[in-house]
Design a binder for this molecule. Structure first.
Ligand code: SF4
Length: 355
């Protein structure tokens, strides 16, 4: 997460002959993906950020590679989701992790500071006291709450602000809190640059881990996000047609119904919302519907892909009807949703908080 990290990641990829395609599916990189998934999961599940500790032995070359590439994998999954909430949570998790790690790193702390601040001064003594340039402090402190972070409450001398120990933290740990804001800004701009350049086809390669993490996110923040990030215009034609046919009392076949329920679950809808889609069915029975929908929610059914839907007459589009469905890489309706969200994100200039 240091600005120098970008070149380091490139080096690691080059030295190990790894391409982004390998990162997605090469069997020998499974450990990298598993570690990346874990880091992502921690950022979603742990409200207060990711655990500082790593289970990877980073004294070995293989361990260093795993740790470095897992970070890249996690970042690519986040970017490929085009989901603002996931992006914000991941950044918070990684920035908190950096805060914790930097604050403990006595040996490298001044080098780290010089990567993020325009300078750093150390006052040697029983306890080392750090001074940061007033310009950095003024820029970063409005983002942190608490009286400690108001300039009027900090000793200032010749353009330097003294970072006294406070709230159970030593001077280094307090300074590290400032660095956290720079890490946050750095990760945010890096991810947004990647998202702007990311094509549908590239993003589609990460659809499996994206669906998994979005599912976890939906569970974690159910209270604040009762309905999934996807809005109705993002729905693929196969889902839209199943919903509207049932709504109009048209019979939908078994595959269509299972697809509707499992896809609705993947969108983060509650069981009640999903049951609601069936209320217009000609053979509607509330008890049978809730029983069958509960079964699908419990069994973790994965929604059908395009091939199965086409075979079972549940794909309503012909070539030319929908340019997204015509794409060769569009093999699953969930990829359709992600591509739509990406477009909406880009159209809104990267500020759409509903995507
Ligand atoms: S091509 Fe796939 S995503 Fe598009 S409507 Fe058909 S099944 Fe759905």
């Amino acid at each position: 997460m240091l600005p120098q990290g970008r070149n380091h990641i490139r080096e690691v990829l080059r030295e190990n002959g790894v391409t982004v395609g390998d990162l997605v599916e090469a069997p020998w990189l499974e450990e990298v993906r598993a570690r990346g998934r874990l880091r992502l999961l921690e950022s979603v599940m742990h409200k207060d950020g990711v655990d500082d500790a790593t289970t990877v032995d980073i004294s070995s070359e293989a361990g260093k590679m795993t740790e470095t590439l897992s970070f890249l994998h996690a970042m690519l999954v986040v970017c490929a989701s085009f989901d603002e909430r996931l992006l914000a949570r991941w950044i918070e998790g990684e920035a908190s992790r950096a805060d914790g790690l930097f604050g403990k790193d006595v040996t490298n702390f001044s080098t780290i500071c010089s990567s993020y601040l325009s300078g750093i001064k150390i006052e040697e003594g029983d306890d080392m006291i750090y001074w940061v340039p007033v310009s950095d402090f003024i820029e970063l402190c409005p983002k942190i709450s608490g009286t400690y972070w108001r300039l009027a409450n900090r000793p200032v001398r010749n353009g330097w602000v003294r970072m006294d120990p406070a709230s159970g933290e030593n001077s280094r740990e307090r300074t590290s809190r400032l660095l956290k804001e720079r890490v946050r800004g750095y990760l945010d701009s890096t991810c947004r640059q990647r998202m702007e350049k990311m094509s549908d086809e590239f993003a589609a390669q990460f659809s499996d881990p994206v669906e998994r993490i979005i599912g976890m996110l939906a569970l974690r923040v159910k209270e604040e996000m009762p309905v999934s990030a996807a809005v109705r215009e993002d729905w693929p034609p196969c889902f839209e047609s199943a919903v509207s046919e049932l709504n109009q009392g048209v019979n939908v076949n078994h595959v269509g119904r299972v697809f509707l329920a499992s896809f609705s679950k993947a969108l983060g809808h509650t069981q009640e919302q999903t049951c609601g889609f069936f209320s217009g069915a000609p053979d509607y029975s509330p008890d049978t519907t809730s029983y069958q929908v509960a079964h699908i929610y419990e069994r973790e059914y994965t929604p059908h892909g395009c091939a199965a839907l086409k075979t079972n007459a549940r794909c309503p589009v012909q070539v030319g009807d929908d340019s997204l469905c015509d794409q060769e890489w569009l093999t699953h309706p969930l990829k359709y949703i992600r591509a739509k969200q990406r477009r909406r994100y880009n159209d809104s200039g990267g500020s759409d908080s509903s995507s």
